[in-house]
Design a protein around this ligand. Sequence first.
Ligand code: GLU
Length: 451
Amino acid sequence: MPDIRTRFAPSPTGDPHVGNIRTALFTWLFARRHGGKFILRIEDTDQAREVEGSVDAIKESLRWLGLDWDEGPEVGGEYGPYFQSERLDHYQSAAEQLIDSGHAFRFEDERGSALKFAMPNDGSTVVSDVIRGKVEFDNSLIDDFVILKSDGFPTYHLASVVDDHFMRISHVIRGEGWLSSAPRHVLLYDAFGWDPPGFVHVPDILASGGGKLSKRHGAVSVNEYRQLGYLPHALVNFLALLGWSYDDKTELFTSEELIESFSLERVSKSGAIFNLEKLDWMNGHYIRESGDAELTDALLDYWCRYPATELPPEPDRSILLQVVPLIRERLKTLADAAERVPFFFNDDFDYEPDQLIQRKMDGAGTLRALSEAVKVVEAIEPFDGATLESKLRSLVDELDIKVGQLLGTLRVATSGLKVSPPLFESLEILGRERVVRDLNRAIHKLDSTPQ
Ligand code: GLU
């Protein structure tokens, strides 16, 4: 094999779609698998479609997923520049070359003179695709096509062929939607007298109900998934299996395992279905697999980027580190955490006094339970989850009420929530002083409520 050099060549037209990033992932994996180079090239020749901020969004998405590029914006490289808008002279001289050799001709459109590639009238053009084999196109069905517009900018066809050649790209890996453009590219390579790269058209991503995955199906950009609280590796693992499989059964791969096992031969020809439940399952898996410190930092980073209204601007790391083991099992996404933990950082939550009164209890019974619980909590030694559990369970017996009744009241009093992380461990983290204060507040609330 020649030196492997692959490229991801997005147009800066918005937040990158997961489908494009899945293609970038395959492209990156193939380069890494073979010790090759992964190049990022920004295809910004259609300035009318350009959306401000897209280049940053593209770089940020790749970076977040760990898809590092060896050449391209920021890192440079010997075949730059890596923005097509800075390479116009390359396209113009290539176009001149095609005019001289009779493969292109000038024509006048409304806006001035442009250049078209002259398609052969008959015969066929064969595209050799690594996944799809030889695909034959009838030349008579393809019109002469524009290569250089009247504004001096190239079209996609000319620019991508010229760049792929001069950037020494060995494999052009892109979405299957580009297969129909490939015969034009093969003819351009022929006309220039250049060897074409390997072509690899990877399958589309489909929504579970059929059709290409699009905005009407929900989140489609990598940034949206990031905001929804997915871990980068969960998304990488999930995207890797959209259209590729190792053995049709293994689902969980580390990044190193993906690099080791990735091969184009096992990329499928048919569309891959985006199954959100599977992504949720994977995300839950990787959340459960992550260590306390790792998950704590992931949550802090997440809240720093997407502040949660329930939480203080900078939640205390040492508290969160203790809380994480209590919530990890239940989290599907990082976003799920914010609603479960605010009371660890703030005691200014509020609730209606009625919420303290559990089923089949009354105000007087609840008051009594709270007052007795305060005494237990004040005296308990050591102040830890296990001791709290045993002492409070004995209190339940003394009061002759149900465990759920006492715990329900304590839960509301200390968290303001009906459902919260395991109570005894939570109380241990809150500490004696805070718990006593919360319980006294609850007593006061109930006391001042007319019964
Ligand atoms: N700029 C094209 C896109 O945005 C690149 C297609 C290709 O990889 O050749 O998808």
